[in-house]
Each structure stands twice: as structure tokens, then as C-alpha cells.
Write a protein that binds this ligand. Structure first.
Ligand code: HEC
Length: 95
């Protein structure tokens, strides 16, 4: 038979457990691609392209441009991994 102390413990722990589960799922949402892309934009592109919205282009075009560079734009193939290029292109193309 549960005593009062045990019951209190259960009722105090249950909400805490649910809350931490909810927070954990938020944290995993935060680490999905668009936010990684936003950080990559700030770190690599913003100094020349001030607004991410200006680079809203088809994903494949973005990947190609970032990888190979342009006339005056530097290539990022030795700066970013293919995965990062993909995350960045996903972010910009879906703005
Ligand atoms: C050193 C400055 C510089 C940096 C850093 C830079 N760009 Fe560019 N970018 C340019 C210039 C200049 C052009 C104009 C076209 C050319 O050079 O061929 C351009 C053109 C582009 C274009 C094609 C034209 C357009 O406006 O749609 C895209 C897309 C693009 N950049 C995306 C990026 C992304 C994404 C990054 C970050 C990984 C980035 N750029 C970083 C200078 C830069």
C-alpha cells in the first residue's frame, strides 16, 4: 500500500518527467536543417549578401553556386562539407 510520501513523490515527478520530455523534443526541433542553414548563412554569406531572403533560389542552383562559386563569388567547396552546403541550400530555398 502506498503511503502519502510515495504518492507525493509520484505526483511531483510525473509533471517534471513530462516537462523534460517536452523540452527534449523542442531541442531536437531546434537542431533540424533550417536553423543550421541560418547559422551557416550568417557565418559564410552574410558579409557579402546582407539578406538571406535575397538568395531565395532553387535548391540545386544554390548548391552549385556555393560549391563552385561565381565570377566574383568564392567557392565554398573547401570551406563547407557537402552536408552543410545541402543544409544551407535547403534553408535559403525554403525562405
Ligand atoms: C566574398 C563575397 C561573397 C560571399 C562570402 C558569398 N557570395 Fe554569393 N555572390 C557574391 C557575388 C559578388 C555574386 C555575384 C555573381 C558572381 O560573382 O558570379 C554572388 C552571387 C551569388 C548567387 C547567385 C546570384 C543571386 O544573387 O542569386 C547566389 C545564389 C549566392 N551568391 C549565394 C551565396 C551563398 C549561399 C553564400 C554563402 C555560402 C555566398 N553566396 C557567399 C559574393 C559573395
Amino acid at each position: 500500500m502506498m503511503d502519502l510520501y510515495q504518492m507525493k513523490t509520484i505526483f511531483l515527478l510525473l509533471p517534471a518527467t513530462l516537462l523534460s520530455a517536452a523540452l527534449a523534443s523542442c531541442a531536437s526541433i531546434k537542431s533540424t536543417q533550417p536553423n543550421v542553414g541560418a547559422i551557416l548563412f550568417e557565418e559564410n554569406c552574410q558579409r557579402c549578401h546582407r539578406y538571406a531572403e535575397d538568395l531565395r533560389e532553387p535548391k540545386e542552383f544554390l548548391k552549385r553556386t556555393v560549391h563552385y562559386g561565381g565570377m566574383d563569388m568564392p567557392s565554398f567547396q573547401s570551406v563547407l562539407t557537402l552536408e552543410e552546403e545541402d543544409a544551407l541550400a535547403t534553408y535559403l530555398s525554403t525562405l
